[in-house]
Design a binder for this molecule. Structure first.
Ligand code: GLP
Length: 249
């Protein structure tokens, strides 16, 4: 895993934004995988800023988000779909038909997961997948477990994950759904290139387990070490427990 350390979260966001824009310019029909959470907020702000006035053309790109709450449709203000609309989609010229999302309120969730996997396959797979990192090692909503799921699936969330998402639900953890839909570990590993963003000292332990820790389903992000093209982008606070070579930005 390649590790890049930036001085600040803002610098990290600028680096990832530049990489995405370069990729879009090199390959207009880029297929992007996108995360939610607090970590990518500065990234989406930077992408919106740099795309203002159609300075970046997103019209041929396609996006797949990683996950969504079970029980919420995309019109619910706390849904990840609504988050993406506010933070990125309404600021760039993505074609609405190229925005792919899991529907957490679909009548048949198993069918919805199958539909999503097929849509990713039909798009030719994900070219560039962006990930955040849960403190317990989750990526997307692949939570630590004895066995992980390969494909898009329904998952039960840990209390810690629900608590760290309470900010999206007015700070009320009881309102955070207990279940989510998430792309699976194979869906992630099949992406051609992966960028993992980690910022802040509360993620330092998790960052070091992801980069230096043993491969274990008890820490799903450790399995990213198996992928041939992963870059971990950390700010200095998140990088403080790392061992081994890291490159300063
Ligand atoms: C959330 C999301 C993940 C995200 C992670 C970290 O629960 N489902 O996609 O990467 O947890 O979130 P944050 O960036 O807010 O720490």
């Amino acid at each position: 895993m390649r590790v890049l350390v930036s001085a600040t979260a803002a610098e990290l966001a600028a680096t990832v934004a530049a990489r995405i824009i370069d990729s879009l310019q090199a390959h207009a029909a880029l297929v992007l995988g996108l995360p939610t959470g607090r970590t990518p907020l500065p990234l989406y702000e930077e992408l919106a800023r740099r795309s203002a006035g159609r300075a970046v053309d997103w019209s041929s790109a396609r996006t797949f988000n990683l996950d969504e709450w079970v029980g919420l449709n995309g019109r619910h203000a706390s849904s990840y779909r609504a988050y993406m609309q506010r933070c990125l989609f309404e600021h760039v010229n993505l074609d609405a038909e190229h925005i792919e999302f899991l529907d957490g309120a679909a009548p048949d969730l198993d069918e919805e997961c199958r539909r999503y996997e097929q849509a990713i396959a039909q798009a030719g797979g994900i070219d560039l997948l962006l990930l955040g990192l849960g403190r317990n090692g989750h990526i997307g909503f692949n939570e630590p477990a004895a066995q992980l799921q390969t494909r898009t699936h329904r998952t039960r969330l840990t209390d810690e994950t629900r608590a760290s998402n309470a900010w999206l639900f007015g700070g009320e953890v009881d309102r955070v759904p207990t279940d989510a839909l998430s792309i699976g570990m194979a869906t992630i590993i099949e992406s051609r290139a992966i960028l993992v963003m980690v910022s802040g000292s509360r993620k330092a332990q998790a960052a070091s387990e992801m980069v230096n820790g043993p491969l274990t389903t008890a820490f799903p992000a450790s399995l990213l070490q198996l992928h041939p093209n992963v870059t971990a982008l950390l700010d200095r606070e998140a990088a403080r427990l790392l061992q081994g070579p890291a490159h300063a930005l």
